[in-house]
Design a protein around this ligand. Structure first.
Ligand code: 4FV
Length: 262
C-alpha cells in the first residue's frame, strides 16, 4: 500500500516515517509513502491556500483550486488510490474501518487546516470522509498519522513474526487480555499462575475470560454489538450462575440486602 499525504506541513511526517514499525514497514517495502505540499499547487507569488469564508464568520477556509489540483496530481501518480478527507464530518474510524481500508491498493490522505476545506472539494474530489473522533484538531495531519499507523499494522509482514494483528484488541471486538512479563513478582504482586503453567489450552481460556470481563466492565457497548461465540456465551452463563449463587447465598447469610426495594 502507498500513502500519498496532501498537507501544507509535509515536514510533520518526517519523524513519523522514521520510527518503529512504520520505519521498518517502509524499509521492508510493506508500505511506501510520500507527501504533496498543497501550497505547491496554489497560484500567485504568495501561494495562498486559504481565504475568508463566504457569508462571513471567523477563521479561514482552504481554497478549492490548490486542493483539487493536488488531488488530481496524486491520482495521476496513483490511479487506483482512494482519496480520504480527514474531517470531524466523517465516518468515525475504528478497527472495522481500518480493516476495510487496509484492503485498498493506495490511499490519498487529504489534511485540512483552518476551519476546513471548501465543500466543493468534498463533493467532487473526495471518496471517503473519515473522522478519528468527536473533537476538533488544528489540522488533519495527526488524523492521517493515526490512519496510516493502524493500517500499516494490518499489512501482512509489517508487524514481523513476533507479533500479529490477528490477536489485537478489537480484532474480535473485545478488549485485549492483560499482559505480563518478567519479573514474576513486582511490588508484591505475582503473575497469574496459569500463565506460568505452559498449559496453552488453559492460558487461552484464561485470556478469553479476562478479555470478556474487561470488555464487560469497561466497554459494554462493544459486547452489545458483538456476535458472541459459544465459548464466550458459556463463560458469560458461568458468571451468571456464579452471581445467582452469590445472590442466593445472601438469604442464608441473613443479609437484608435481598429485602431491598425490588
Ligand atoms: C479531524 C477529526 C479534525 C477540523 C478543521 C482540521 C480539523 C481542521 N480530522 N478527525 N476529528 N480536523 O478535527 O479527522 O481543518
Amino acid at each position: 500500500m502507498h500513502f500519498v499525504v496532501l498537507t501544507i506541513f509535509p515536514e510533520m511526517f518526517d519523524s513519523f516515517w522514521d520510527h518503529g514499525i512504520i520505519r521498518r514497514a517502509i524499509s521492508q517495502n510493506n508500505i511506501s509513502a510520500s507527501t504533496l505540499n498543497i501550497r505547491a499547487f496554489a497560484e500567485g507569488r504568495h501561494k495562498v491556500t486559504d481565504d475568508r469564508p463566504y457569508g462571513g464568520g471567523c477563521g479561514m477556509v482552504m481554497k478549492p483550486e490548490p486542493l483539487a489540483r493536488a488531488i488530481q496530481e496524486a491520482k495521476k501518480q496513483k490511479p487506483l488510490a482512494q482519496a480520504i478527507l480527514l474531517t470531524p464530518q466523517g465516518r468515525v474510524f475504528d478497527q472495522h474501518v481500518a480493516r476495510e481500508f487496509a484492503s485498498f491498493e493506495d490511499l490519498i490522505l487529504v489534511c485540512g487546516r483552518y476551519e476546513g476545506v471548501d465543500e466543493r472539494v468534498c463533493e467532487d474530489f473526495i471518496d471517503f470522509e473519515v473522522s478519528i473522533g468527536d473533537y476538533i484538531l488544528t489540522g488533519g495531519e495527526l488524523a492521517a498519522m493515526v490512519i496510516m499507523d493502524s493500517l500499516t499494522r494490518l499489512i501482512p509482514g509489517a508487524l514481523g513474526g513476533e507479533d500479529s494483528a490477528e490477536k489485537d484488541s478489537f480484532s474480535d471486538d473485545l478488549l485485549e487480555h492483560a499482559h505480563y512479563t518478567r519479573p514474576k513478582t513486582f511490588e508484591g504482586s505475582d503473575v497469574p499462575e496459569v500463565l506460568l503453567s505452559g498449559h496453552h489450552g488453559e492460558i487461552e481460556k484464561w485470556r478469553l475470560e479476562t478479555s470478556l470481563i474487561r470488555t464487560f466492565l469497561k466497554r459494554q457497548d462493544l459486547l452489545a454489538k458483538k456476535p458472541l461465540t459459544n465459548p464466550e456465551i458459556e463463560i458469560l452463563k458461568k458468571w451468571c450462575r456464579d452471581i445467582e449463587r452469590i445472590i442466593h447465598a445472601q438469604s442464608s447469610l441473613g443479609s437484608d440486602a435481598l429485602s431491598g426495594p425490588e
